[in-house]
Design a protein around this ligand. Structure first.
Ligand code: T4K
Length: 370
């Protein structure tokens, strides 16, 4: 990154550019951390972040962890899913959703998606067999899955339902914030996310028992000095990460409304605006990703043209996890996944992009389809 930013080819716009929404407040908090004796291990800022997020997500428990990938792993371990049992997951996701399953000694079973990239509930049911223990649905791109139908399927087949809500901070489904669905949801506070903690994750749940297990597991299983009562790891969030996350979280509403204005500008300026992935009527998105479907035969040409013009768009999520080396030994029939991963292009958004900039970016895309 540093080499690039020092030359004339430095990117003008980047998908995933980190946001610092209140530098002064962050630096104030950092000064407080340096003056204190508490730098990590469930410190006051981690507790403040958890309380703040629980309130925002309208959920009983929020457990802060080092990142969402570890959050998913801790969650699946805490659920005591039978070893080698199957977890249904979309392939159209960031690879971490699937790696977490495998690292918990479980088998991912890839499910196809709908046109917006969300798990196809009808296909989920067809994949369930006697060795299926759970569904890991992904609330992708600031959208939400069909939570009602997934809950009904999970209840009917007695499966654990979990949500990878890494992209879901601030998203609402039927008027309620994401956070309290299934047995738990996992959010990411990675630097590229709408609320950045540099790194970080939040596991939310309505279950007292699960939250207790997760708190133990993120801190080596310690229940007190010298008293370890379960197997655990180090998945703690430090105070400095919590300071960053809180200072950004306090400005989430502004960040969402800015993203929404950018999305509206893209709708206005792109000639292919009808191919933007768009929130449903029952969703209130955080507009964290602007996904555009380009014809597969031109998508990579559009991407090269954008990069040549210093606009770093991304092919999230190409080629689909099922096609990546660790998973490609099994053949899957995932036609919608194959198609969307060949067509998708995510365009820059977030605080570093101004509404006026959207015209420049859209013109580049438009010129490729002229
Ligand atoms: N589930 C889903 C559905 C996810 O999308 C993710 C993460 C997870 C689970 C796991 O969450 P965490 O364990 O990370 O909390 C990036 C992020 O690293 C990853 O967190 C994110 N999803 C994924 C969608 O995007 P890459 O491999 O594309 O990262 P990278 O380094 O290319 O960063 C993206 C862009 O951001 C680059 O173009 C440059 C820019 N950037 C990035 C960083 C870190 C900067 O300008 N500055 C920076 O400091 O995965």
């Amino acid at each position: 990154m540093s080499n690039e930013s020092n030359n004339c080819h430095a990117p003008l716009f980047v998908v995933g550019k980190p946001s610092v929404l209140n530098r002064e407040r962050f630096l104030e908090r950092v000064a407080g951390i340096l003056d204190s004796v508490c730098h990590t291990n469930d410190g006051p800022l981690v507790q403040e972040l958890e309380a703040f997020a629980s309130h925002k997500f309208e959920v009983e428990h929020c457990v802060a962890v080092a990142n969402a990938t570890l959050g998913l792993e801790l969650l699946m371990q805490a659920l005591d899913l039978p070893p080698n049992s199957k977890v249904i997951v979309p392939s159209f996701t960031f690879v971490a959703s699937v790696h977490a399953i495998v690292r918990c000694n479980l088998q991912p079973v890839f499910c196809d998606i709908d046109k917006r990239g969300l798990i196809d509930c009808d296909k989920v049911e067809q994949l369930i067999d006697s060795n299926t223990s759970a569904i890991l649905a992904v609330n992708l791109f600031g959208f939400s899955c069909d939570i009602t139908q997934l809950t009904a399927i999970a209840d009917k087949h007695k499966l654990k339902l979990m949500f990878d809500s890494a992209h879901g901070v601030g998203v609402k489904h039927s008027g309620s914030p994401l956070g309290a669905n299934g047995i738990a949801e996992v959010f990411s506070l990675h630097a590229t996310k709408i609320v950045s903690g540099f790194e970080g994750g939040l596991i939310t749940s309505m279950s007292d028992e699960l939250a207790k297990k997760l708190r133990l597991a993120r801190n080596f299983g310690f229940a007190g000095y010298d008293r370890v009562i379960s197997v655990g790891t180090n998945a703690k969030l430090s105070e400095i990460h919590a300071a960053m996350a809180l200072s950004n979280f306090e400005h989430l509403d502004d960040a969402i409304s800015h993203n929404q204005s950018l999305f509206a500008a893209y709708q206005n300026k792109l000639r292919s605006a009808s191919h933007l992935l768009t929130p449903n009527e029952n969703e209130s998105s955080n507009y964290q990703y602007v996904g555009l479907r380009c014809p597969a035969e031109t998508r990579d040409r559009v991407l090269s043209h954008l990069i040549k013009n210093r606009v770093f768009a991304r092919r999230y999520f190409y080629p689909g996890v099922h096609a990546m080396k660790p998973y490609s030994n099994i053949r899957y029939n995932l036609p919608v996944t194959e198609r969307l991963s060949a067509e998708i292009l995510c365009l820059p958004t977030g605080p570093s992009v101004k509404v006026e900039d959207v015209e420049f970016i859209s013109d580049i895309v438009n010129s490729c389809s002229a």
